[in-house]
Design a protein around this ligand. Structure first.
Ligand code: F6R
Length: 249
């Protein structure tokens, strides 16, 4: 049995407060260690954070020229230039506006022909780095997914193809103009890859995440709620807004 830790939980008033706090923590991390290796998420929750990081870069408060980024996941199959791909998202919200060197940007290739081979390649990328900080968001509804580790994902899982949970598909349809474009699955870092980071920032905002926050932080630690495995990591900081915290206690 792995040891169970109690993460520090900060509850802030609004999503904007959560975004500002997480952006400041990321900037602090990079100031202290300019060559930091970061695990990064996509989706709706972190969009504001990328906006704040771009603004901080433009104000010369932060320099990204030595960081390395390793994204959590990418749909598969999907064209890199599809507007709902995570490659497109990262360029649109972050990389196109800052100075992260292209060769330091890592994201699974949604265009790979052989998905298992691509998963192995991405696992090697992760193994070649010591990840300083992982920014992790919580999946929708009852999924409690992290990355795209859907329910049923094992704690020792590694990079692999995962079929998307029906609840994930429903929630993420909003990013696809044409629902038929939505892939059935994704390439994701495994739970074990995520837990390898020295420090994890776990964030969630909104009432629609309240059930998952409670399940992940207070329920059984099990594959039924992959985010619950974060409690096996000794250095997790949870930053959530009042709405997402509303079912705690
Ligand atoms: C995306 C990812 C997913 C999303 C999660 C939450 O890289 O890893 O776990 O972060 O589905 O999505 P939003 O923020 O849109 O609710």
């Amino acid at each position: 049995m792995s040891e169970v830790y109690t993460p520090s939980i900060t509850v802030l008033d609004s999503p904007a407060d959560v975004e500002a706090s997480v952006a400041d923590l990321l900037i602090d991390q990079i100031s202290q260690k300019p060559n930091s290796v970061l695990t990064l998420p996509t989706g709706g929750t972190p969009i504001g954070i990328y906006g704040l990081l771009v603004a901080a870069y433009q104000a010369r408060r932060v320099d990204f020229s030595r960081i390395t980024t390793i994204n959590l996941d990418e749909y598969w199959p999907i064209k890199n230039n599809h507007p709902a791909s995570y490659a497109y998202y990262m360029n649109d919200h972050f990389f196109n506006h800052v100075n992260v060197p292209l060769e330091n940007q890592n994201i699974p290739n949604g265009e790979a022909h052989d998905v298992d081979r691509e998963a192995k390649r991405y696992e090697q990328v992760i193994k070649q780095h010591a990840i300083d900080l992982g920014l992790i968001t919580l999946g929708p509804g009852e999924t409690c997914h992290i990355g795209f580790n859907e329910r049923g994902s094992a704690e020792d899982s590694r990079v692999r193809y995962v079929p998307l949970d029906e609840q994930t598909k429903q929630a993420n349809l909003r990013f696809f103009n044409n629902s038929e474009d939505m892939p059935e699955g994704a390439i994701t870092q495994g739970v074990a890859d995520i837990l390898q980071a020295k420090r994890i920032l776990f964030m969630a905002t909104g009432e629609h995440k309240a059930w998952g926050v409670r399940r992940s932080l207070m329920g059984d630690i099990s594959s039924d709620a992959p985010a619950s495995f974060l409690r096996h990591h000794p250095n997790v900081t949870v930053i959530i807004d009042q709405a997402a915290a509303s079912l705690l206690n």
